[in-house]
Design a protein around this ligand. Structure first.
Ligand code: GAR
Length: 208
């Protein structure tokens, strides 16, 4: 059984997509053993509670220094003994020690087709604002392993979504979630649970 911990900061619609697929058996032999948020008001915590999943808030605001927060976050993650960490809209810089410890065992969903509109400063709605500003016609989402850089790790899955006339950042964000994020994030977890993802020379290879 794959033990998954999901890290969240906000609404948790991606968390919900994972919960739904796990409950309906569409993700192979997997259990969400915990949900961790940096924000105590994150609606994602309510979603976890509603499904009987352990949830905990570890907020940088509650610790004197970033180092103490980083230690606490890593300790909390370890307490769930996860096989896989999923960053589902987690808007906190991941402590380097955690990246090392969970190398090729931590994945992130990013709301663009990496390498477009990613890296420092590109998160949430800002990504969609930038895409509309540039006038691109195709956007999408990416699931990738987390490495030391920002959105630079091996790419696991990507899915394209068309921009429509009259899109706002909000309408585009919703379409990217519906057509891409809520599909490829659960799919990547299923592939991982089935042992079908291998990292070779810094690239993720999927064995279908
Ligand atoms: C999602 O669109 C996710 O891709 C994005 O935050 C949103 C969280 O929504 N993540 C990033 O921008 C990370 N760089 P959710 O809380 O409803 O899942």
């Amino acid at each position: 059984m794959l033990r998954v911990v999901v890290l969240v900061s906000g609404g948790g619609t991606n968390l919900q997509a994972i919960i739904d697929r796990v409950e309906s058996g569409l993700i192979h032999d997997t259990k969400i053993v915990g949900v961790i948020s940096n924000n105590k008001n994150a609606y994602a915590l309510e979603r976890a509670k509603a499904h009987g999943i352990d949830q905990v808030c570890v907020s940088p605001k509650d610790y004197e220094t970033r180092e103490i927060f980083n230690d606490e976050l890593l300790k909390t993650v370890r307490s769930f003994s996860p096989d896989l960490i999923v960053l589902a809209g987690f808007l906190v810089v991941i402590p380097p020690a955690m990246i090392q410890e969970y190398k090729n065992r931590m994945i992130n969903i990013h709301p663009s087709l990496i390498p477009a509109f990613c890296g420092k400063g590109f998160y949430g709605l800002k990504v969609h604002e930038a895409a509309l500003k540039r006038g691109v016609k195709v956007v999408g989402a990416t699931v990738h392993f987390v490495d030391e850089g920002t959105d630079t790790g091996p790419i696991i899955l990507q899915k394209a979504v068309e921009v429509e006339q009259g899109d706002t950042p909000e309408s585009l964000q919703l379409r990217v979630m519906q057509q891409a994020e809520w599909k490829i994030l659960p799919e990547a977890i299923d592939l991982f649970a089935r042992g079908r993802i291998q990292v070779v020379d810094g690239k993720a290879v999927i064995h279908k």
